[in-house]
Write a protein that binds this ligand. Structure first.
Ligand code: SF4
Length: 223
């Protein structure tokens, strides 16, 4: 278990994508990703050697400030954050106390699901990749699934992932009141890809069990 993590950036903003879009959130972007998506919009995060290893305590200090200012949850993202063991980091976030009236801060993670799970989360966003499919743990335990759409093969992949996910359901209720069987399935067009937008919109129009997710932070030109 690590007490230091390679940090690309951390910032307080609004969640731009998925079920929690529009909510105040604090983001911790960790460096390191071996998945290698050609269309990745955070390629700068791939090489963890380019970034300093920061102590968990230092990262937590910034999370505390954001929490005081209104961040309702912490999103751990990357890169592929689960390339690192996050047990200690998640424990430290949960232990963080700002005042007796506040509950432990919720932790969200955004992952491609290729690594083993470490840490514990209130919300798991699984963004599986066609060329590097996720472990079944994530299909079973994620809260939302977000497939990035560039081309028609991504739609076929989305259909296949949903079938595999449905086989993994084990109903139970989360704090948000959503049941595990209420997993939310999103298609998210790749940014600046007109073909991806048109494919995703057509598919969602004809398949009401899927929803469209947009990178609203990019339209708003915020982090
Ligand atoms: S998994 Fe995410 S961070 Fe890694 S290459 Fe793919 S899009 Fe980029």
């Amino acid at each position: 278990m690590t007490n230091f993590l390679p940090l690309v950036e951390q910032f307080h903003s609004l969640q731009g994508e998925g079920y929690h879009a529009g909510k105040s959130a604090f983001f911790v972007r960790l460096a390191g990703c071996k998945v290698g998506c050609s269309w990745c919009d955070t390629k700068n995060s791939w090489d963890e050697k380019k970034y300093p290893s920061i102590s968990i305590e230092k990262i937590i200090d910034r999370i505390k400030i954001a929490r005081e200012k209104g961040a309702s949850f912490c999103v751990i993202t990357g890169g592929e954050p689960l390339q690192h063991n996050l047990d200690n980091f998640c424990k430290a976030i949960k232990k963080m106390t700002m005042g007796e009236e506040l509950k432990p801060m919720k932790i969200h993670i955004e992952t491609s699901g290729v690594n083993s799970i470490s840490g514990s989360y209130d919300w798991i966003t699984l963004s599986p990749k066609r060329h590097s499919p996720p472990k079944s743990y994530f299909l079973k335990n994620c809260n939302e699934i977000k497939i990035i759409i560039n081309e028609i093969e991504d739609i076929e992949f989305a259909i296949q992932i949903k079938k595999e996910t449905l086989k993994q359901y084990h109903p139970s209720k989360s704090e948000d009141g959503l049941k595990k069987e209420d997993k939310i399935f999103y298609l998210q067009p790749a940014w600046n890809n007109a073909n991806g937008f048109s494919l995703a919109i057509d598919f969602v129009k004809n398949n009401p069990d899927w929803k469209l997710s947009l990178q609203t932070h990019k339209y708003l030109k915020i982090n």
